[in-house]
Design a protein around this ligand. Structure first.
Ligand code: ADP
Length: 501
């Protein structure tokens, strides 16, 4: 196999041989029925390092014909009960093994994630990769605990329920936390006995491809997990439309979520959608302002702001507004922007040229709407898609920069009068993924947390998810809850059995 000519420049700074060897083996292929195969069309696309705009690898461009083959493979694996009918203990062991393999290959996975997505390597090592292992390990515990019920039926009848897998699951994931998002989808689906066609985002396919190899190494039977790389229209839409896919799980933009829902109507697939957000982070004047300002900065800039739960609307109680914005500026300016491989870097580039242009356009929109650039407000000149951490002050909740998801390192500081006003403004959004409230008053914290219409609420902290607890959206942030016991509802269906005695 020939590596892409720019590989050396694309991976400059990478030490791990395994990472370079993985990338040398290009073009990357599709995983169908346990075999790595080229796309039937023979087409490939480029995966780009957003920090230097060099090509990392060529990737098979799967489309409808490949999705058909992957679904056939997943269907066969499901119907032949290669997965659902092995003992729950054995299924657990496979999942534990995948978690172990993720940990054993953590350095390589972190490097692939950083190269492909642009996120700081240190953060990939600290958060993304251990998080993915933790999710597999959490769901490894579930196969042996998926109970049914016996019901208080008529004495002449015995009635019980069984939770059975849904079948073939199409899983379409985004580019912001590639491995982590794959783990949130693949681990519970496998735990419940389903088979899978996974489509990583075209911007960041590498860690999912490596995960496919690790799943094979763990000994998961052929055809249980199939991976189709490719674009949204083509690969993604073919999964969403496919008449033999029983369930589709999607994480991505609200706009595409609506397309998935429409496409899934043909065979009435079960659908779960985890979509966008414009989350309020509400800071009352009695809160620990130092902790709040540090957390708010991370809340808006973590992963270069490319987080569906990013706390992009920072609501600050009027009397401390000016002081808080000053402190936000100070903290934002401490966020070192630069080479993701440098240990000191806190903010890498945004993921792609498209995203770069989009974020820059919002910087202009904000300025045009009359918001004040408190800090940042521009791209960093030179190669790579770097944007300075930006805080807009004097923002009104009706401005586009306060209503539309930017998905970049851009926060809006908005003043509020009192508790009612904070709740009113916080909830005045089409989204409802996450929210936070900062105060030392326990009653107020709990009252506001109850009033906020969001799937996750943090009190005196911002960000973070744990596989033990459900995650998902209110309103146009989607429906269905992933993680925790709640994923079992997404990946099982219930059968009620009546026995005449
Ligand atoms: P973003 O706008 O942040 O790139 P998207 O919602 O477009 O996020 O993408 C998330 C995932 O959805 C990616 O894997 C992408 O390829 C896929 N996707 C995009 N468009 C479609 C579509 N029409 N049907 C199915 N999947 C799609």
């Amino acid at each position: 196999m020939a590596a892409v000519p720019s590989l050396e420049r694309a991976v400059a700074g990478i030490k791990t041989r395994a990472t370079i060897n993985f990338l040398r083996d290009s073009p990357k292929k599709l995983l169908i029925n346990g075999q790595w195969v080229a796309a039937k069309s023979g087409k490939t696309f480029e995966s780009i390092n957003p920090a230097n705009e060099e090509i990392l690898a060529l990737i098979a461009e799967g489309d409808k014909a490949d999705v058909d083959a992957a679904v056939t493979s997943a269907r066969r694996a499901f119907d032949e009960s290669k997965w659902s009918s092995i003992t729950p203990h054995q299924r657990s062991r496979y999942l534990y093994k995948i978690a172990d393999l993720i940990e054993q290959n953590a350095d390589q996975l972190a490097e692939l994630e950083s190269l492909d997505n642009g996120k700081p390597l240190a953060i990939a090592k600290l958060a993304d990769i251990p998080g993915a292992a933790r999710t597999f390990r959490y769901y490894a515990g579930w196969p042996t605990k998926i109970y049914g019920e016996t019901n208080p039926s008529d004495p002449s009848t015995f009635n019980y329920t069984i939770r059975e897998p849904v079948g073939v699951c199409g899983q379409i994931i985004p580019w912001n936390f590639p491995l982590s998002m794959a783990s949130w989808k693949v681990a519970p689906a496998l735990a419940c006995g389903n088979t899978i066609v996974l489509k990583p985002a075209e911007q960041t396919p590498l860690s999912a491809i490596r995960l496919g190899e690790l799943i094979q190494e763990a000994g998961v039977p052929d055809g249980v997990v199939n991976i189709i790389t490719g674009f949204g229209p083509g690969a993604g839409s073919s999964i969403a439309e496919h008449p033999d896919v029983d369930k589709v799980a999607f994480t991505g933009s609200t706009e595409v979520g609506k397309l998935i829902l429409q496409a899934s109507a043909g065979n009435l697939k079960r659908v779960s959608l985890e979509l966008g957000g414009k989350s309020p982070n509400i800071i009352f004047r009695d809160s620990d302002l130092e902790a709040a300002v540090q957390s708010a900065t991370r809340g808006v800039f973590f992963n270069s702001g490319q987080v569906c739960t990013a706390g992009t609307r920072i609501f600050i109680e009027q009397p401390v507004y000016d002081e808080f914005v000053e402190r936000l500026i100070e903290q934002s300016e401490k966020m070192t922007v630069g080479d993701p491989l440098d240990e000191k870097t806190r903010l890498g580039p945004v993921v792609s040229r498209e995203q770069f242009d989009r974020v820059k356009s919002y910087l202009e929109i904000g300025k045009g709407e009359g918001a004040k650039v408190a800090t940042g407000g521009e791209a960093v000149p030179g190669a790579g898609y770097f944007v300075r951490p930006t805080i807009f002050a004097g923002v009104h909740n009706q401005m586009r920069i306060a209503r539309e998801e930017i998905f970049g390192p851009v926060g809006a500081a908005i003043a509020f009068k009192d508790e009612d006003d904070a709740i009113l403004q916080g909830n005045d959004t089409t989204y409802g993924l996450a929210a936070a409230v900062w105060t030392r008053d326990v009653s107020r914290a709990l009252k506001v947390a109850r009033a906020l219409k969001a799937g996750t609420v943090w009190i005196n902290t911002y960000g973070g998810a744990d596989p033990i607890s459900p995650f998902g959206g209110y309103k146009q942030s989607g429906f269905g809850r992933e993680l925790g016991v709640h994923s079992l509802d997404l990946y099982t269906q219930i059968k009620s059995v009546y026995v005449k005695l």
